[in-house]
Write a protein of this length. Structure first.
Length: 182
């Protein structure tokens, strides 16, 4: 199969947003390296906590020259998210954050995640690609039983399905009889 020609096949069920999933390996690695370098530089320049960790590890953004260099970047762990609660790891000003989600905090402080409009587009496309990979199309009706609220699942699936063009029924969790009726 030649690269991407299947999109023009009227019988194809693959969605054009799935293009990333079929990139030739050299192109995929180049894209991954480009993105790794960009996110490393972005967080180093904008998040003091990350910059301090990288400086302690004696690594700077310009040191990331290959994908293997990811091993040089210090890990973030869950405690880092709690220690910088609520917004200490945000790499953009709050004025650019269009949505906040958080964990339940049952094991300590909640983990807060902020999304920009660009993040929301990426999230929608990632979920769209996941749905397309299992054969969902814009002709489908998606019954979303994930909870809607601070948990990201319900709204994430909803966003991706709408991005695909599906009809979404936002049923949320609980009330089994209602799920069966719908």
């Amino acid at each position: 199969m030649s690269t991407f020609s299947f999109w023009n096949d009227p019988g194809s069920t693959l969605h054009p947003a799935s293009a990333m999933d079929f990139l030739p390996a050299p192109q995929l690695r180049a894209l991954q390296l480009h993105r790794l370098q960009n996110i490393t530089r972005h967080t180093f320049e904008r998040v003091a906590f990350v910059r301090e960790k990288m400086e302690r590890a004696k690594v700077r953004p310009d040191d990331i020259k290959t994908l293997a260099d990811i091993e040089r970047i210090p890990f973030s762990v869950k405690a880092d998210l709690r220690d910088t609660y609520p917004y200490g790891l945000f790499a953009v000003p709050m004025a650019e954050v269009v949505r906040l989600h958080a964990s339940s905090g049952t094991t300590g402080k909640p983990i807060v995640v902020g999304y920009t409009a660009g993040d929301m587009r990426v999230w929608g496309n990632v979920v769209l690609r996941s749905l397309a990979a299992i054969g969902v199309t814009s002709r489908d009706v998606l019954h979303n039983g994930y909870g809607y609220g601070l948990f990201t699942g319900g709204l994430g699936l909803h966003c991706g399905a709408e991005t695909m063009g599906c009809t979404v029924i936002p049923v949320s969790g609980g009330n089994t009889d209602r799920h069966l009726m719908i």
